[in-house]
Design a protein around this ligand. Sequence first.
Ligand code: GAP
Length: 455
Amino acid sequence: MPAKSMDELVSLCKRRGFIFQSGEIYGGVQGLYDYGPLGVELKNNLKAAWWRAMVYDRDDVEGLDAAILTHRLALKYSGHEATFSDPMVDCRACKARWRADHLEGKCLACGSTDLTDPRPFNLMFRTNVGPVDDGASFAYLRPETAQAIFTNFRHVVDATSRRPPFGIAQIGKAFRNEITPRNFIFRVREFEQMELEFFVEPGTDEDWHKFWVDARVAWWRDQGIPEDRLELLYVPADELAHYSKATVDIMYRFPHGLEELEGVANRTDFDLGSHSKGQDELGLTARVETNRDSNTRLAVQDTDSKQWVVPFVIEPSAGVDRGVLAVLNEAYRVEELDNGSSRTVLALPRHLAPIKVAVLPLKRNHDGIVETARRIKQDLQRLGLGRILYEHTGNIGKGYRRHDEVGTPICVTVDFETLEGDQTVTVRDRDSMSQQRVPLADLTRFVRDYFAEQG
Ligand code: GAP
């Protein structure tokens, strides 16, 4: 059973150090969140899982990490300057501003129906680059990571000799001045995206589109979100983004309702074509072969026919923050125990857990136990699984409960038996709550095998 409400998740996230409202000590900033000690681990683990699946497990994808501040012209020719807007209305009574499609004819703050007509509000943040603020030297904070993949297309192709089908993957921050950020980290103004632009031959695009929708649903399943918790939405033609021929939204049942987790778009040759046109209009032809017309600046040459072809692009674009929210929601459960009490558990897949193993000494003032526990922590840390935590809580039962709540898959307890008896430690499993004694000499192998079992 996932969380019953967003409040349950928000409260867990704050209490246990996953996610905090940004600038809270000064009253907070709407639509901005900070990831705390456990949140940063979970988020990094989710991004690492994406990178493994999209780059390392494939042989046809290259990575990129481009600048966030983006050349104004890149976002002019991408179409974002002209079209990346949401319809905004003002309430004449209380002056609140809303996204028109989030309202049903009345102001959500005061209930007034005295609203202005909707008008477009561009969502891109602008900033000034360099010391001169003459109105012309501005750059945008990128609203999607994708554009830098298109503007670096030529460089990556030249450097790697790739030919379609191949992809360029990127994970990074994106910024949108959302009119009404809401639902915790679901709709925020600063977020992260995991985007793949997969370049294919025109005519093969529809098959690749289907391939990527299936591949992405399978990936979410591996992150603990089963297929029956997702729905595919084939976006109607009149709601498609300006660059898209077809988009399938992968929808997840968040605590506030069924909403988009990831979009998989067929962007056709729109972006490479637009940037080619931009280069042409601006006379930026110096680096371009003379036998190519203006539509094929960002193209690849077919090795057989020698024709220049502008690839089509299939784009699976997932939000990291929405991913974290979905993963947390799916893993959250409150279990009734036989003794009448209950426990909160985050049943996260092992590879996503912020802390992999907690090593707990039974006595915090016993030199031998403490020393052995610290040595175990160091040995396990060297396995490279992620964070191993040594923690002297004093109360082992409470320690187990706390680690259940943050999703730690196993706790290792060091006691007198470890030192003086049969040289074993207690290994306690989060999900079954079962405990077993494992010989100290076998512990490293046991932990390595345990994490190898599930990805
Ligand atoms: N490059 C394509 C693109 O940006 P999008 O559907 O606008 O498409 C892709 O965004 C993903 O980014 C969404 O599916 C969502 O997960 C995430 N996303 C978009 N806006 C967001 C916001 N304001 N807050 C959090 N995540 C957001």
